[in-house]
Design a protein around this ligand. Structure first.
Ligand code: SF4
Length: 86
């Protein structure tokens, strides 16, 4: 039996391809309304993703600091961890 690795679930990620940029903030300053729109589009893709649970689990385990993972942004992941371990 082999354990799922980031490489195995990433191959089935719905965010592969040209939409990947939606999942991370741009290198330049981003207005709040632009961020909200970008994140909403990314999260809509996450809702359709068959590996959402694996993705979120990975982000929580390694402490991903930036971007949308498993349908949550960095603040939502931090809040989830705080709620889980408080
Ligand atoms: S849950 Fe979202 S960020 Fe994670 S692999 Fe799927 S589409 Fe990409």
């Amino acid at each position: 039996m082999s354990l799922p690795t980031i490489d195995t679930w990433r191959r089935r990620a719905a965010c592969r391809g040209p939409e990947t940029a939606l999942f991370f903030p741009p290198s330049s300053t981003e207005r709040r309304e632009d961020r909200d729109e970008r994140e909403a589009r990314a999260k809509a893709i996450c809702r359709q993703c068959e590996v959402r649970a694996e993705c979120l689990d990975h982000a929580l385990r390694v402490g991903e600091m930036h971007g949308i993972w498993g349908g949550l942004n960095e603040m939502e992941r931090r809040n989830l961890l705080d709620a889980t371990y408080s």
